[in-house]
Ligand binder design. Structure first.
Ligand SMILES: O=C(O)[C@@H](CO)OP(=O)(O)O
Length: 215
């Protein structure tokens, strides 16, 4: 059975400042680097064979730290990038106008095609994230990949595996450096498909990571 680990990157400067990143980028904080080290300590005995990361800087850095601990290489897949949040990227969550806040809410609790101007819909995000996950099925038998991606992107992926629509309100709290696992299950009882084993585990982190929406 293929087991795939899903890790959100470590805390970044803009996560801490409550600024929207999307496909823009900011570096890991010292705490974010430490979180990545703690993920590495947790998974180093899991037999991870491939670390595959979104090509944005914050996921690259997190992936390098984890891959060092696992003794494997890192490859990059742009399909694992965060939702493109268009004209709201780089903005502080607290400085949005009422109209801008409505655009932001429409994306996570709206319609399949809802999008921030110049951004991407949750439906589009879900298609590319699922394609990146399904690509793991083509790895050699016995592989155990770990994917490093983002909060909304992984929330959408895990949520849609559970049967939520892509644009369902964000109900999974996937904190920085949380670990989730999905398995490709083939059994007599279930149609073949992805099953969520764990979601949002942060028990390996010594200080609780805050989700930027809680700050
Ligand atoms: O882009 C962002 O601002 C956040 C949204 O949750 O995602 P991440 O920090 O996981 O890239």
């Amino acid at each position: 059975m293929l087991q795939v680990y899903l890790v959100r990157h470590g805390e970044t400067q803009w996560n801490a400042e409550r600024r929207i990143q999307g496909q823009s980028d900011s570096p890991l904080t010292a705490k974010g680097e430490q979180q990545a080290v703690q993920v590495g300590d947790r998974v180093r005995t899991y037999g991870i064979t491939h670390v595959i990361a979104s090509d944005l800087g914050r996921t690259r850095r997190t992936a390098e730290i984890i891959a060092d601990a696992c003794g494997c290489g890192v490859t990059f897949d742009a399909r694992l990038r965060e939702l493109d949040m268009g004209v709201l990227e780089q903005r502080h969550l607290d400085s949005l106008s009422a109209e801008e806040e409505a655009w932001r809410r429409l994306v996570v609790n709206g319609t399949p095609d809802g999008r921030i101007p110049e951004g991407e819909s949750m439906q589009e995000l879900s298609v590319r994230m699922r394609a990146a996950l399904n690509a793991c099925l083509d790895l050699p038998a016995g592989s155990r990949p770990l994917l490093v991606s983002h909060g909304i992107a992984l929330g959408c992926l895990v949520g849609t595996i559970l049967g939520l629509p892509a644009h369902a309100e964000r109900r999974l709290r996937l904190r920085n450096c949380s670990i989730s696992r999905v398995d490709y299950q083939e059994s007599l009882w279930l149609a073949p498909g992805w099953v969520v084993e764990t979601a949002g585990d942060v028990s390996h982190l010594d200080t609780p990571a805050l989700d930027e929406l809680q700050r």
